[in-house]
Design a protein around this ligand. Structure first.
Ligand SMILES: [Zn+2]
Length: 96
């Protein structure tokens, strides 16, 4: 592994693959609003990354999001974020 990487690398909490930050979906824990999907990747707070909706589902199954964000994540949070990650993955579906 090279120690000098120009792009910031992040690890998917679902499959464990390392990718450039821009290639991953970010989930963030904010003080005010709890766990949120962060399409911009710029929201302040502790973040976790997944590369796809499938990886998010994987992280949900094994409760990896809780560990990554160091907080409890409710079923509602998982539902909401899963939906938003799926939408972000298929942008064409936003145009209905
Ligand atoms: Zn992944």
């Amino acid at each position: 592994m090279p120690t000098t990487t120009k792009k910031r690398q992040r690890r998917c909490i679902g499959c464990g693959a390392t990718q450039e930050k821009g290639a991953l979906h970010r989930v963030v824990r904010t003080k005010e609003d709890g766990v949120q999907f962060d399409p911009s990747g710029r929201v302040a707070g502790r973040g976790a990354y997944v590369c796809s909706a499938a990886c998010f589902a994987q992280a949900r199954k094994s409760r990896k999001l809780e560990r990554a964000l160091r907080c409890s994540v409710t079923e509602d949070d998982y539902e909401r974020v899963a939906r938003e990650v799926a939408l972000a993955e298929a942008p064409g579906k936003n145009e209905e």
